[in-house]
Design a protein around this ligand. Sequence first.
Ligand code: FES
Length: 498
Amino acid sequence: MNSLWIDSIKGFSKFETLNNNLESDICIIGAGIFGMTCGYYLSHLGFKVIIIDKNTLAGTTSFTTGKITSQHGLFYSYLNTSYDMHFAKDYLEINEKAIQNIQNIITKEQIDCDFEIQNSYVYTTKKEELALLEKEQKVLESLAYHTELSKNMSLPFEVEGALCFKNQAKFNPLKYILGLSKTITEKNGQIYTNTIAVDIEKDKKNYVVYTDNGNIIKTKHVIMATRYPFMNVPGFYFSKLYQSTSYIIAVDTKKESINDMYINVSAPVYSLRTAKFNGKDILLLVSGNSKTGHDYSHENPYDTLKNFAKQYYPDCDVLYEWSSEDCISLDKLPYIGKYSSLLPNVYVGTGFKKWGMTLSNVAANLIVDEICERKNPYAYLFDSTRFGLFKNFDEVKNMVVDSTNSLLLNKLKSSDASLENIKPNSGDIIELDGKKVGIYRDKENQIHAINPICTHLGCLLTWNDIDKTWDCPCHGSRYDAFGKNLYGPAFKDLEIYQ
Ligand code: FES
């Protein structure tokens, strides 16, 4: 899977794999936008920083849309109802500050990343949803934040209304991360890729991070910036996070397309923005918001997006298609701060929903303040040790049902799939001698067999025929068709059967 962002930075010099033992003040696990932003601030404060990543730079960030906004759907009505006005105001303030922070970094470090100030809109094409926009606007008015409701914008179809946040922004997230990496290394920070953290152990006042190739990093502080925390206990994040998959296509519309950034009010979700690529404005169209590992029987979302694009730009060319993974907490708020009260100096930032550009900056600032023992007045919004699960009874119930099915019940059910019925470039789970076996038949008719049990906590995987991956319905780990781990919380590959 390739994204437009990845091809836009082709040829950048890669980082080395860790091959010796090291010591640091701060070890950051994960070189996505959150980990790299932490690395940026901390290295500039004079800390000795080491960043490791299991893949290359910016794994998950390579597949985002790169919108920098405090408009997270119609979120402020939700915050006002679920918490209170003060809470909603603080959430808005800290996200607006994040936009400014990102712009400040880009200006100060002269990062060439196609940063552009734009408006952000939540729109609807349904009359009955106008009331939701008005309600959101009213809440924002009471927070003294000015928004505009309008119908005139550059979308190629009619809308009933749209709520506008002015002075939001967009950029190329990978060019931004490359810029961060340059300044981190200039400040003597070290970055290692293809280096998997497999465990963290307490060693008196410090920690030891163990890597897959047997090397260790001794460190005072650890920041787990792996999108989904890979360590199960004592944080138990697997019981309070799920993952959601979105699908994105990049389209050369062959004519002028849109200004600004858009997302609609309700499912099916459509999100739109343009991105600079090879001197052109390329339209990024996003859809889907499905829980990872669940129900792949509906229409192929890439086809839905292509039909959508063709409807308004009949001569368009689709240049790229890719999917992205997002972690979502049961109360829709990120977990930022201490990984667990039992492990001092280990930090986490996760559950950014689909809004990781601003929230990763928010998280980095909060964690830097924790490390520097500075009080941050916004920290209470994202308390990572909170336990508010029962507020969201439906989400909790879904999680328990999914886990029970995949851990137990589905393993007991016999599969009616057979080897002969698996088409080329497709997969399924069959029974062989009473044992479940995951089969992928490649385009050349070769059979590849894996043990379809997730290496995280042992749930039964499902075949995703859209992206040709093995996906876990429990906590959203994903593996390629041959069993290589793509997304955590699992970090080990699947067992391969000969
Ligand atoms: Fe947790 Fe698969 S991701 S069991």
